[in-house]
Write a protein that binds this ligand. Sequence first.
Ligand SMILES: Nc1ncnc2c1ncn2[C@@H]1O[C@H](COP(=O)(O)OP(=O)(O)OP(=O)(O)O)[C@@H](O)[C@H]1O
Ligand SMILES: [Mg+2]
Length: 387
Amino acid sequence: MSSHSILPGATIGILGGGQLGRMTAMAARTLGYDVHVLDPDPDCAARGVVDRVVTARFDDADAAADLARNCAVVTLEIEQIATASLDAAARHAPVRPSSRLLGIIQDRARQKRWLKDNGFPLGPYEDVTNVDSLAGAASRLGDLVVKATRGGYDGRSQVRLSVGADAGAAWASLTGDCAAVRPAVAEQALELESELSVMIARAPNGATAIYPPALNFHERQVLAWSVMPAPLPPQLVRRATDLARGIADAIALEGLLAVEMFLTTSGELLVNELAPRPHNSFHETELACPTSQFEQLVRAVCDLPLGETAIVRPAAIVNLFGDLWTNGSAPRFDAALAEPWTRLHLYGKRVARPGRKMGHISAYGDSADEALARARAAASRLTDVAS
Ligand SMILES: Nc1ncnc2c1ncn2[C@@H]1O[C@H](COP(=O)(O)OP(=O)(O)OP(=O)(O)O)[C@@H](O)[C@H]1O
Ligand SMILES: [Mg+2]
């Protein structure tokens, strides 16, 4: 513990009160901290588990300052916080991760340029701004995944463009207008062997703790399930963790950083994107590891010793989307909970919408395969017909 540690009993501020803020708040409370959050939605997922909700937009710098004034440290659970809000908060309390780091990461084009300039491996891509530059990128790179530089998550603000397809239609579906001028990145659509992520925590004093990679499976650009340990050869685990450590050091991380990676069918390990916060693919750390990612974030931003990240027992998660609620009868939580070695996590969201993350099911196993099979079996029971 350093003399700068922020000890239990203090108040932690979180910018963002979604499920990641909620689960971070629960871990902070277990450690004896008070928690304040800022979120535009007074009914946000964290509302029931925190001491105070400041209802304000993420670009409301005065509100961010108000939050920070009552907190010993401020962190965040979403990257789309205006850097002016982070700067305003930083005048009252340390903000971890920093506004400088967020400025690099929250803009996809800037993030990619930073990764490239610092020598980290990326797939081929081009910056585009209009339909002509998009068509040019398609002619050079082939099939594309086109992503708006700001505001995308869960595959939103993205469109695929196949060779020979209409670039104008793709651009219009991304921007709403074929003639729009708007920054985006056009990535080559890669042939993926698998997707993995690595989570690293870094304290203000430079100490790091890194979780073994998780293996992730996406459906329609959104994470469907994740399992750890990822069944990968040791030298690939080494490459992945070295990559994450290199990025965390180069970007002077304070807090958590998830590095989403692609393993291509030709064996290349590439960075997809960075997330400077807890990550959906590490929810299973609550079961698999002595220290969950949420507790680790609290330890890191409070400058406490970082916790153990080894896998004690394989674990998996399956996401639960709003479709489960909107597609007919209420989910059969009773049936799902009958599946042994599983846990149910619901985020307290009052409104279910198709594609909205409402919760997840986690499960233990003697192997990664067993953990995943249990989590999936429990999730499939949610749609059992009531007897
Ligand atoms: N260049 C690419 N080639 C192949 N697949 C891709 C590519 N880019 C994205 N994908 C697929 O789409 C998913 C979502 O992409 P990305 O991570 O960039 O978006 P996101 O909206 O930030 O998603 P999330 O919030 O779930 O992380 C990836 O995990 C991958 O499955
Ligand atoms: Mg992603």
